[in-house]
Write a new protein. Sequence first.
Length: 231
Amino acid sequence: MYFPSTLPGLCKMGTMTSTPPEPTVPAQLTVGFDLDMTLIDSRPGIRAAYQALSAATGRFIDADQAITRLGPPLEEELAYWFTPEEIPEMTDRYREMYPAHAIEPTPAMPGAREAIKAVQALGGRAIVVTAKNTPNAVHHLEHLGIEPDAVIGWLWAEAKAGALREHGAQIYVGDHVGDVRGARTAGALSVAVPTGPCPEDELRAAGADVVLPDLTALPQWLAEYVATREV
């Protein structure tokens, strides 16, 4: 998986001496994952949460339309239905209502658990970096029995790069062009899956390095990647 460097012998005053190389500790394989529409199919839960918010506020929200735009921060979607002055309050209300309405109906995406376990089976760390707030992200993962090594929320697109760098992620897996931008900003390999709102050609045009059909293809791809490249 890893290819440690070696130090050449040193020539001193015409005598060749061999200096044993210092042990090289390779960077641990770390793979980041987006959450919504990458690890979880959040459409049923988010639809239910928007319907509940609509009922509680008396304001029309087209929940079916809203779930076609998953990826960007919540505030961007609420801007379609509320005034700028109302958005902070509606954001808080939505997040308070979310666990009661959105966790139970939300399933894992095909291959999600196996993708996380594939990273860990290779001795690596799997982290989730998402625009969703951290408590609700953790609720989803715990409910579905998906066990990453860390969960970092509240980050969207290029803002994800800071967390990816901090955790030393060499790869970031996501479904949105914003995820591609986050990976590229962090200097990580962008692996995309067209399981969310962005089709394959859009992900490639945004700069994705690899596009897989879905997460079920990730374990084999990852095994081949670490076998042939220095991570």
